[in-house]
Design a binder for this molecule. Structure first.
Ligand SMILES: C[S@@+](CC[C@H](N)C(=O)[O-])C[C@H]1O[C@@H](n2cnc3c(N)ncnc32)[C@H](O)[C@@H]1O
Length: 221
């Protein structure tokens, strides 16, 4: 089942394929689920799909990854459209395009530029130097995830995460604090509304096509 879950950030080392095996050892009825080394957040997407917890925290020390997840949750359509614009900028014969996006990312740390770099770099294996500059090279054998496929994956991931998930950035020791949770307002009502309308545009992604009633029962169970 996990292979059908959305996976908008194709990180090397993603637990996507292993999620069902790991999940077999996960207890149910968890109050707050933490994924402090989130990357692609594969385990959280699996956990929400399998309703193992009431609330979820995804966190990463790489701040642009955290901002990317926040953008996916808050503005899935705009994030997908921005990815499309970066992706279509690559043309045959322009062998330097990836390097220009990489230079732009290293100057501005734009999360959507990072998404493109992850999708297009060698083995989806991010590499950074000691100054935090992205250093991995382009994979010339493929173009990276197609924009339509990315848009579907982003929409489906947002549908799962919205209203249930808080995104944090920082070292895992700081981001796994339970005390910060109790002060936070989890806006379940607007999440239901948002997900209800989005569900209609997700035909074809059956594994993730939750309706409002289903979401509500997951949040109140
Ligand atoms: C191999 S990736 C995670 C893969 C993830 N399990 C998945 O399914 O995609 C490791 C992640 O941990 C993050 N990381 C490394 N050191 C960290 C730390 N001290 N605290 C929080 N995150 C950290 C990295 O930025 C990276 O995104």
């Amino acid at each position: 089942m996990s292979s059908r879950l959305p996976h908008p950030i194709p990180y090397q080392g993603s637990k996507r394929a292993l999620a069902p095996l790991i999940g077999a050892h996960v207890p149910r009825g968890i109050d707050v689920w933490f994924e402090p080394f989130a990357g692609s957040a594969a385990m959280t997407l699996w956990a929400i799909h399998n309703r193992v917890a009431r609330r979820y925290v995804i966190a990463d020390v790489l701040e642009p990854i955290a901002r990317l997840w926040q953008a996916i949750i808050d503005n899935p359509d705009a994030t997908a459209e921005r990815y499309r614009l970066v992706w279509v900028g690559q043309h045959d014969g322009d062998g330097d395009y990836f390097n220009r996006v990489r230079a732009r990312y290293n100057a501005s740390h734009d999360p959507v530029d990072l998404l493109y770099l992850i999708c297009r770099c060698v083995k989806n294996a991010v590499r950074f130097n000691a100054s935090g500059q992205f250093t991995q090279s382009v994979d010339r054998r493929r173009l990276g995830m197609q924009p339509d496929r990315m848009a579907t994956a982003i929409a489906a991931a947002a549908l799962l995460l919205k209203g249930l998930t808080e995104v944090r950035s920082g070292d895992w020791l700081a981001t796994t604090s339970i005390r910060r949770i109790s002060a936070r307002r989890w806006d379940a009502t607007s999440a239901i509304r948002a997900n209800s309308s989005r569900t209609r545009s997700l035909q074809g992604w059956k594994a993730c096509s939750y309706g409002a009633r289903d979401l509500h029962s997951r949040m109140t169970a």
